[in-house]
Structures are given as structure tokens and as C-alpha cells.
Write a protein that binds this ligand. Structure first.
Ligand SMILES: Cc1ncc(C[n+]2csc(CCOP(=O)(O)OP(=O)(O)O)c2C)c(N)n1
Length: 565
């Protein structure tokens, strides 16, 4: 006889789970014991939010569900923010939560709350296992739901009495099937190729669907044989390297480059596992006359915010493979290449003045330090092939996004559409745990760093040497700037933070602390931080007056669109 908690742990191991992030609680002992018995690596954080962010990051990096476990009631409620983040970012993530016993409802038991309905709108599926013998089936269903179709977060609730129940392992059904077929619409591939033959100014935009389907190599083959320019977005950043002659970096319109020009002047736009979200002005930043092809693994996603001329319900990689086969068979490649060449040249011409504009920030040696210069120093210092950079904050994340050169997928991370501050330190810890050989750095705003600051202690305790660089403008910069634009002034309460010596607080937890006040000292500080082999906090004092283009855009569109009365 074994506990159902042990069986749940066995099922997770059978599915290949090697790492769980958690905070212990009385409602999850049985599974914790089971996982420990099975040799699963357990990392205890200082806040459930951090544990779930770590699991989310793990899922993003590995393309398999990251697993977090929390206790009932407050453990559960603390876990919700990263779940919502994962939902909007399509991250494969499994949250296991304890809850009061099945027989304890309405008794005013400790940590009582009705959890499942609260999380339903945030997850792909929510499961409650009510019978100990069926626990393996539930682990299996939950895990599978994270990764079939479009990845996302899934919730599995195990009442404390169910987890503690002893069952005869021989009576438990054998489960554990993970389908690995990929859906592909072969007929639409020839339609797409014919549409390319009619186009003069096509662009491809590769999003997270290109990343999760591992479409990089096939995409490179496609653009090289057809001469089509490509942009990358969100998790798709790096699937084709920024340095490729046909890659025009991020499709973000605020990155110094030609994305805005391309989006508004293309005659054919192909969205590959990429949603028409705020990043494209919810469709308004895509040329109204362009033909749109949208390839997505989630049929209901196709057509959001914009009429789509060719909807393709398909896995990105398999679809592009088929397009490659057709282009080869019909010997269309050279015709396309010749036709698209002037367009590619035009894009290169258009991006130059924008890049020069970006240099004003990136190369500034002003005092106090320009935050754009700080982000560029990070980009130059961190090896683009191997190192991992994480951006977190308002303006801070925008600067890092603008500056980072992506040559490999998964190596630059930020929250995504949920715009959630505070994920940076947990993400960095998960990254370094997964890839001990890589250098990992998080550039984070001084507001954002407060959310999960205690995770410095986690990193020190577990000897996970991450480098956390704080862009310290002594305030909630993006809000300060957008209030200035919107209201004509910044409201002090809620935008000012003051001068906190973060490097000293981190030192008190066992990390190394460095203060930087001049631009020329940024690089030596980065060298010292990585050379010391310890967790390090670099507190960089930057100019509170410098505003990112993101703050400007957000003050005028998107969530700020509603007029003040
Ligand atoms: C969890 C969370 N709380 C509040 C916000 C609203 N918000 C967006 S940007 C921002 C300011 C961030 O300040 P900081 O981290 O210091 O970065 P900076 O903008 O100064 O670079 C705030 C409060 C948010 N996006 N997420």
C-alpha cells in the first residue's frame, strides 16, 4: 500500500519531471514526500509567486511543463499571478495545489477556500482528483493538457485526504500516453506558395508557435530559398538569428529598426504561431491592404482582430516544411528571390535612420546614466550564443528588449503580454538551475525588484550564481513618464520610490553587492560580478528623466486608450 501522494510523484517521474518548485504546507506533505523519495529535485522559494514563475520559466526553456506545487488557501492565491502570466504567454506549466479534505467543506477548516473556480479562467484545464486510486490518471491528463495543441498552464488540485489515502498500487490503471503527432494542413501550403508568387513585398513574422514547434531550421531554409524577409516576436525571438541577412530582428514597432515600416507597407504578411495582439496595435499596425496568412495550432486564434485571407490550422514547422517542398518541386525559389530583392533592400535602407536614433540612447555617456546605455552594455557584455538575459520592469524591460540581439531561441526572456513585473529574479534562478554552464543576467527595474527580492536568499542558499542588475531610477519609471504625458504631471505617491541601497540588502542575504554610478563603470562591474562566481546584485543609478519609447506608446494606445473624463 502506498499513499496517493506517492503515486502522484511516481506519475510525474514517469512523465520525465525532474524538478519541482514549491513552498511546503500541511496539505501537500504526501506528494512532497513522494517526490523526495523519487529523487526529484525540489527547490523551496520564499514566495509561491516565485516558485510558479520559476516553473513557468522552466516550461519556456524546456518546452515541457514546468511543475510547481503549493499548499491550500494562501499558497494557492499567491500562485495565481504567474498562472495568468503563463496563460497569456502560452507557457507549458503544471500547478499542483493542495486543498482542504473532501469531507471538510463548510466546516471552517484551516486555509479553506473554494479554489478551482477561481483559477478556471486562467488555465487551459483545471482538474480536481477526488479518488486516490485515480491520481495517476489525473496527473497524466493534466500534464498532457499543458503541451497538446497550444501550450499553457494547467491546474491539478489534490484534496489533502485524497493525497494521504493509502491505496494498493496494483489496483491503479496504467496511463501515460503523450501523443506526438503534429496537425498540418498540406493543401494550404500550396495556396501559400502561390500567394507568394503573386506578392512583391512579403514578410514573415515568427512567434511563439515557431519556437514551440522548433521551426527555426525549416524557416531559415524557406527564407534563403525564397529571399523573404523575416521578423521574430515573443518566444519566436532568435528562432532565426537577428544576424541573418534576411532577418530584421523583432517585429516590435518600438525597437529601432524597420518593423513599423514593414508592417505598414508589406503586401503579404504571414503570421507564424503569432497572435494579432497589442504588439500590432490589435491589428491596426498591419497594412490594411496587405493579404494576411495566419498559421496557428489553435484554430480559434486565427482571425482575432483582423480579417485573415488564408487561415491555416497547422503546426508551424510541418507547414513550412511542406512549403519548402513545394517551392523546390516547382522551382519557384529564384523567381521569388529576384522579385523580393528590391523590397529587402528597401527594408535595410529604412532601418538605418531608426537604428541611428537608437544609438543616441545606447551610446550616451551622460550622467546620471542613460538606461538605454545600461541595456546596451548588458547586450554587448552577455554572449549572444550562450548567455541568458531576462528583462523585467516597465521602461527597463523596454530598453532591454530594444537592445538585446537574439541569435538563439529562448535566450532572451521577459514577462510577455501580461506585462507582469517581478518575474525576473525567479526566471533567472530557474535558467541558471537548468543551465549551470551558461551565464544568466536579469536587468530589472527598482520597482520590479521589490516583488521577489527575497529570492536573493533562495539563490544564495541553493548556490545558484545569477547576476541581478537593477536599473535604479528611484521610482516606478514607466508610470511616472506616462502620467507626465497623460496628466501633465506625475502623481508622487505611486511613482517615487527613493534611494534604496539594494546592493547592501542583497549583501545582507549573502550575495555580492556592487554600486555603479557612472556609465564607464558598468562593464567592469559586470566582469567583477561574473568573475566572483556568487549571486550578485549590481545597483546602477540611472537618470529618472529618461523615458523609453514604450512608455510613450503605452500612454497613447492600448490599455491607456480609454479617455479620462
Ligand atoms: C505586478 C504589476 N504591478 C503593477 C504594474 C503596473 N506598472 C507597469 S510599469 C510600472 C513601473 C515599473 O517600475 P520599475 O520596475 O522601476 O521599472 P521602470 O519603469 O522604472 O524601468 C508599473 C507599476 C504591472 N505591470 N505589474
Amino acid at each position: 500500500m502506498v499513499t496517493a501522494g506517492q503515486l502522484a510523484a511516481d506519475a510525474l517521474v514517469d512523465l520525465g519531471v525532474e524538478q519541482v518548485f514549491f513552498i511546503a504546507g500541511g496539505h501537500t506533505y504526501a506528494i512532497q514526500q513522494g517526490l523526495t523519495n523519487n529523487g526529484v529535485r525540489m527547490l523551496a522559494t520564499r514566495h509561491e509567486q516565485a516558485a510558479v514563475f520559476m516553473a513557468e520559466a522552466w516550461g519556456r526553456f524546456t518546452r515541457k511543463p514546468g511543475v510547481a506545487m503549493v499548499t491550500a488557501g494562501p499558497g494557492f492565491t499567491n500562485a495565481l499571478t504567474p498562472i495568468a502570466n503563463a496563460r497569456l504567454a502560452n507557457s507549458p506549466l503544471l500547478l499542483i495545489a493542495g486543498v482542504i479534505g473532501l469531507g471538510a467543506g463548510e466546516k471552517l477548516d484551516l486555509q479553506d477556500m473554494v479554489q478551482c473556480p477561481a483559477i478556471v479562467p486562467m488555465v487551459k484545464r483545471a482538474f480536481v482528483c477526488q479518488k486516490a486510486e485515480r491520481i495517476k490518471e489525473f496527473v497524466d491528463m493534466a500534464y498532457r493538457a499543458c503541451i497538446t495543441g497550444r501550450p499553457g498552464p494547467v491546474y491539478l488540485e489534490i484534496p489533502v485526504d485524497v493525497g494521504n489515502t493509502k491505496v494498493d498500487a496494483n489496483m491503479v490503471k496504467k496511463v501515460g500516453t503523450i501523443p506526438d503527432d503534429r496537425v498540418v494542413d498540406l493543401a494550404k501550403a500550396s495556396t501559400m506558395v502561390e500567394m507568394f508568387m503573386q506578392a512583391e513585398r512579403p514578410i514573415l513574422i515568427a512567434g511563439s508557435g515557431a519556437y514551440y514547434s522548433e521551426a527555426g531550421d525549416d524557416l531559415i531554409r524557406f527564407i534563403e530559398k525564397t529571399g523573404t524577409p523575416i521578423f521574430t516576436a515573443t518566444q519566436g525571438r532568435g528562432v532565426v538569428p537577428d544576424t541573418h541577412p534576411l532577418c530584421f530582428e523583432s517585429s516590435s514597432v518600438i525597437r529601432p529598426g524597420c518593423a513599423c515600416f514593414a508592417n505598414m507597407n508589406a503586401d503579404l504578411i504571414v503570421l507564424l504561431g503569432n497572435r494579432i495582439s497589442l504588439y500590432y496595435g490589435c491589428g491596426d499596425f498591419l497594412c490594411p491592404n496587405a493579404k494576411i496568412i495566419q498559421v496557428d495550432i489553435e484554430p480559434e486564434e486565427i482571425g482575432r482582430n483582423r480579417f485573415v485571407d488564408l487561415p491555416v490550422f497547422s503546426d508551424v514547422r510541418e507547414f513550412i516544411k511542406e512549403c519548402n517542398r513545394i517551392v523546390d518541386a516547382k522551382k519557384y525559389g529564384d523567381v521569388m528571390k529576384r522579385r523580393f530583392e528590391p523590397w529587402v533592400k528597401e527594408l535595410r535602407t529604412q532601418e538605418e535612420p531608426m537604428k541611428n536614433l537608437g544609438k543616441l540612447a545606447f551610446e550616451s555617456d551622460q550622467y546620471p546614466i542613460h538606461p538605454g546605455r545600461l541595456a546596451k552594455e548588458v547586450d554587448d557584455f552577455m554572449n549572444r550564443e550562450d548567455d541568458i538575459v531576462i528583462g523585467d520592469g516597465g521602461d527597463t524591460q523596454i530598453w532591454m528588449n530594444m537592445a538585446r540581439t537574439s541569435v538563439k531561441p529562448g535566450h532572451y526572456q521577459e514577462s510577455g503580454l501580461f506585462g507582469c513585473l517581478g518575474m525576473g529574479i525567479p526566471y533567472a534562478i530557474a535558467a541558471k538551475l537548468l543551465y549551470p554552464e551558461k551565464r544568466v543576467l536579469n536587468l530589472i527595474g527598482d520597482g520590479s525588484v521589490g516583488f521577489n527580492f527575497m529570492e536573493f536568499e533562495t539563490a544564495v542558499r541553493k548556490n545558484i550564481p545569477v547576476v541581478i542588475v537593477i536599473n535604479n531610477d528611484k521610482g516606478w519609471g514607466m508610470i511616472r513618464h506616462s502620467q507626465n504625458i497623460k496628466l501633465g504631471h506625475a502623481i508622487e505617491e505611486g511613482t517615487e520610490i527613493g534611494n534604496i541601497e539594494y546592493h547592501k540588502i542583497a549583501e545582507s542575504m549573502g550575495a555580492k553587492g556592487i554600486l555603479v554610478e557612472k556609465a564607464e563603470n558598468i562593464r567592469p562591474a559586470l566582469e567583477e560580478a561574473f568573475a566572483c562566481g556568487r549571486v550578485c546584485c549590481i545597483n546602477v543609478m540611472t537618470d529618472p528623466k529618461e523615458m523609453s519609447p514604450g512608455a510613450m506608446v503605452l500612454a497613447t494606445i492600448g490599455g491607456y486608450r480609454v479617455e479620462q473624463k
